[in-house]
Design a protein around this ligand. Structure first.
Ligand code: ZN
Length: 76
């Protein structure tokens, strides 16, 4: 599969990604995805994302409090 952003060949990976769905941020662990080595674009297969949407719909997730470094990109 090629990257939608820069058309590089993407590589299959397994690990942790973040997903933003309807404004809410989700952290997904142990998931298979494809990553673009050039620009870092991450893509889930339709089957995987379908499964994740199902889990979110049925609230089959745990809520953890994690600390995320937050940056303010304002300059000038
Ligand atoms: Zn790319």
């Amino acid at each position: 599969m090629k990257c939608a952003a820069c058309h590089n060949e993407m590589v299959q990976k397994k690990g942790e990604i973040d997903l933003r769905i309807e404004g809410k941020l989700y952290l997904v662990r142990n998931v298979s995805y494809e990553e673009c080595p050039a620009c870092g674009e991450e893509v889930l297969s339709p089957k995987v994302s379908q499964g994740l949407f199902e889990k979110i719909k049925n609230r089959r997730f745990v809520e953890e409090t994690i600390k995320i470094p937050v940056l303010d990109g304002t300059y000038g």
